[in-house]
Design a protein around this ligand. Structure first.
Ligand code: HEM
Length: 511
């Protein structure tokens, strides 16, 4: 008995210690948001969150209101669902809410890349210079040339005769835009290497197609890889693919190309100068490929499909495309020169801009996460203040909080191509909640310091793709009555959503 008691006490202490570590004893303090730990120790709501983030957060919002803390895999996440209060998170200083810690862990797991403190500043600098403003003129041109190589290379040839071709619309859109975006950023094969310009162009087409095939394999594994729940066989496949990308995108290979964008060269040059080992630079290339090519293709699919399913929208966008071409004295005709679509022309398309914004409102759904670095108070728009604990995480999911809020966007599930247009045809930015004007009324690109640095380039890519499709091709759904596919619930939180299944369409050159 004398020996049993200390053993039992030690056992009890370790069980209690374990439960403490699992967060079982955390209690809400009076000034903290409502807390909901779920029923499973430590895991909390991890399974519900992963199964269907949007449905789960909607349920939590209904239960707890505009702010609540939930336990997910050992972490406490405070979600704010009132878009009028988003500013207090987005603008908070980095000393209190840090964006890097969470991203660092994720990036190491999915790309094998170990971030450096200078990464974010460097990315911002290179993106401002090369993916916005004057830099965008060069990138638009590069994108255009690559889109033409992929979409129009057989124009005028016997292969290009007006023969209908069939493909999955998702596969087609993602494939073309991924490849053109990749070639525009990472550069083209040289004529010198291949013997002629035609051969170099063919090499670009074949090589980018192979890369896309491998990328899609990784893309499908990505959500489970990010959540660290891949079964061993898929984990091995993800490892194989990672290595393949490090190799295919290696700095050595990339630097042998021409027309490499300043966005890529500047970042890799800086890393080399700062002594980053070459194998780590190769991994960084993979990260850049992922960030730049994983979202725009799926977004192009949704946009094209919404236009096909909404003839009034298609007519309005087509009218705008024709007007812009006419204003610049261009016409697509048999045997004529390929159209030259510049960044300036893409600035004159308010209807298409609204259709793009509406598409992203319906299909882009990132979760924005910040790590809480010190105990702090969070002020909501209704004046209430909540205490947030150091070590927790603060998160926003704008998709359910604002993009699908019927008070902000009436009939939120419907595609309305002119939702972001005023009656006089200018861009609409007045959206209201509780009678107050919203600053954050749709957030496909995130917000604050981590806002997508490629957003202007991405918007141009979307518009260029639609422009070329409408100018050069006839296309229709194989079954025009087929419904718009649902959203694949596994990908909430990672950017542009993908459909549950593809939808067949046919297309042929108009000339
Ligand atoms: C429709 C297309 C796109 C969407 C919806 C999108 C959306 C996003 C979102 C939501 C984030 C994270 C924001 C956050 O965590 O707060 C992000 C980050 C990022 N995006 Fe995009 N993006 C798109 C296209 C692009 C393109 C074309 C590029 C580059 C050419 C790009 C480069 C990046 C990079 C480098 C980051 C990481 C930024 C950082 O670490 O601070 N994106 N994007």
């Amino acid at each position: 008995m004398s020996l049993l008691l200390p053993i039992l006490l030690a056992l009890l202490a370790s069980v209690l210690g374990g439960l403490y570590m699992l967060g079982m004893f955390r209690k809400r303090k009076s000034n903290e948001p409502p807390i909901d730990k779920g029923t499973i120790p430590w895991l909390g709501y991890a399974l519900d969150f992963r199964k269907n983030t949007a449905a789960f957060l909607k349920r939590m919002q209904k239960k707890h209101g505009d702010i609540f803390t939930i336990q997910i895999a050992g972490y406490y996440f405070t979600f704010i669902t009132d878009p009028l209060s988003f500013g207090s998170i987005v603008k908070e200083s980095r000393t209190k809410l840090d964006f890097e810690q969470f991203a660092m862990e994720l990036v190491a797991r999915v790309f094998g890349y170990h971030t450096q403190t200078s990464d974010h500043k460097l990315l911002e600098k290179a993106s401002t210079k090369h993916l916005m403003g004057d830099g965008l003129v060069v990138m638009t041109q590069a994108m255009m040339e690559n889109l033409q190589n992929l979409m129009l290379h057989n124009i005028g040839s016997r292969d290009g005769e007006k023969k209908w071709q069939q493909d999955g619309l998702f596969h087609y859109s993602y494939n073309i835009v991924f490849r053109a975006g990749y070639l525009a950023l990472f550069g083209n094969e040289t004529a010198k290497n291949q013997g002629s310009l035609e051969k170099a162009k063919k090499f670009d087409r074949d090589h980018s197609d192979e890369l896309f095939g491998e990328f899609r394999k990784y893309d499908k594994l990505f959500p489970r890889l990010a959540y660290a729940v891949l079964p061993p066989k898929d984990k091995m496949e993800a490892e194989r693919l990672k290595r393949l990308f490090w190799n295919m995108l290696s700095v050595k290979r990339t630097l042998q190309k021409e027309n490499i964008s300043g966005w890529i060269t500047e970042q890799s040059q800086y890393k080399a100068e700062n002594g980053m080992p070459e194998y780590m630079q190769d991994r960084f290339m993979f990260l850049l490929l992922w960030a730049s090519q994983g979202n725009t293709g799926p977004a192009c699919f949704w946009l094209l499909l919404y236009l096909m399913k909404h003839p009034d929208a298609m007519e309005a966008v087509r009218g705008e495309v024709e007007k812009v071409l006419k204003e610049t004295g261009q016409q697509v005709k048999p045997g004529g020169p390929l159209i030259n679509l510049t960044r300036d022309m893409l600035l004159k398309t308010p209807i298409m801009d609204s259709a793009v914004e509406e598409t992203l409102r319906l299909t882009a759904a990132p979760v924005l996460i910040r790590a809480v670095k010190e105990d702090m108070n969070l002020k909501m728009s209704n004046g209430r203040e909540y205490a947030i604990r150091k070590g927790d995480r603060v998160a926003l999911f704008p998709y359910t909080a604002v993009q699908m809020d019927q008070e902000v966007h009436p009939e939120p599930e419907k595609f309305k191509y002119n939702r972001f247009l005023n009656e006089d045809g200018t861009k609409k930015t007045d959206f209201f909640k509780n009678g107050q004007r919203l600053k954050f009324f749709t957030m496909p690109w995130g917000a604050g310091t981590t806002i997508c640095p490629g957003r202007f380039f991405a918007t141009n890519e979307l518009k260029q793709f639609i422009f070329l499709m409408l100018s050069y091709f006839e296309f229709e759904l194989v079954n025009p009555k087929e419904e718009i596919p649902g959203i694949d619930q596994n990908r909430w939180g990672f950017g542009t959503m993908q459909p549950t299944h593809d939808i067949q369409f046919k297309y042929r050159l108009r000339y």
